[in-house]
Structure formats: C-alpha cells, structure tokens
Design a protein around this ligand. Sequence first.
Ligand SMILES: N[C@@H](CCC(=O)N[C@@H](CS)C(=O)NCC(=O)O)C(=O)O
Length: 201
Amino acid sequence: MKLYYCPQTRAFTSLWMMEEVGQPYELVRVDIRAPGHPTEAYKRINPMGKVAGFEDGGIGFGETAAILLYVADKFPQTKLAPAPTDPRRGRFLQWLMFSATSLEPAMAEKRLGHTPNSLQSGWGDYDRTFGALEAALTSGPWLVGDQFTAADLYIGSSLGFGMMFGMIDKRPAFVQFAERASARPAFKRAQEIEAKEAAKT
Ligand SMILES: N[C@@H](CCC(=O)N[C@@H](CS)C(=O)NCC(=O)O)C(=O)O
C-alpha cells in the first residue's frame, strides 16, 4: 500500500488511519506547493491531483472517505468499520461521508460568508450541518456506539482542522470529541510522522 501524502494538508487524516491500522505502507511525498503540481503521473493516482492519494495492487484512487473505507474493509480485524452485514453499517457510512458531503461545504460557506438556501443546497447550511453533528455527538462516546471507527477518525480530524482555522465554532461537544479522538496513540504517531515530514520541506 502506498499513501500519497503532503504534510500540513488534509492527507493527515489518511496518515492517522494508516497508523490506526498498523499494517506496512509506504509514504510517498507529493509536494502540492511545487511548480508543476499536479503532475500527469500523479493525476493517474488521483484524477483531482489532490492529496491524499492511495495505491494498492497498482490501482490508485483519492478522496479521504474512500481511502478510509478501503483500508478499514481490507483489515476487518481492526474493527474500524462495522461489517457490511452489521445493522450499524448504514449509520457508520452516513458519518464517514459527512465530512466530504456536509462539513467541507459548510466550512466553505463560513469562510466565504455566503448563506445558501438550506432546502436547495446538499448540506443545508452551516447551522443545519453543525446542529445535526452536535446532536449526534451528545450520546457518545463515539458516533456509532462504543466502538471507535473510521467515521470518528474523519469527523475528529475535520473538527480539529476546522476549529484550528476558525471555520468551525468551538462548541463544547466539538472540542471534547476532537480531544477524545486525538488522545488515541495512532493520532500521536501520525503527528510525529507529520512533524518529521514537515521538517524536510
Ligand atoms: N476531498 C479531498 C480534498 C483533498 C484536498 O483538498 N487536498 C488539498 C490539500 S488540503 C490539496 O491536495 N491541494 C492541492 C491541489 O489542489 O492541487 C479529500 O478529502 O481527499
């Protein structure tokens, strides 16, 4: 497995996932700030040219949610995803997709200062997205019960990133959830790798 990665980007979420899974992988640096990025070669891994990218068995793809789900399913012993036959699977998938489908556009809404028509836009609007997430986080400890999953990892990572850059309000439920998720040893290992990689730039 190869993880195409650049420090201080959204690729951190996939790096954290690889550290949760604990299986061998190669970290391949992609410098998104270099002239000429994205190269045609990299676009054969991720057609958007964005990080993270992933490759396994010679097949490349991108999108954080896809990487997390692929890896969680490949290593079911990690219990980072309920099995396809598990009734909790649907709710897990809903929250696994939520960062890409709702948190990202809601954060962009805040950054751009534009409030959309909540009925027409896929994520509703900022208040609707973050209201739904806040309500889901009150039952805890994790989004789908007692088991930490890839959905918690992605939501925890997005909350940490969004609050750090002022795109998500620091509501107590968000701060507590991000702290709980980032207390995991795999998060700390990913942070150490990230610090070493950032020092190389
Ligand atoms: N939806 C993508 C977003 C990834 C993304 O936006 N990556 C940024 C870094 S944070 C990137 O690669 N930017 C470089 C570029 O656009 O060429 C995912 O979650 O994987």
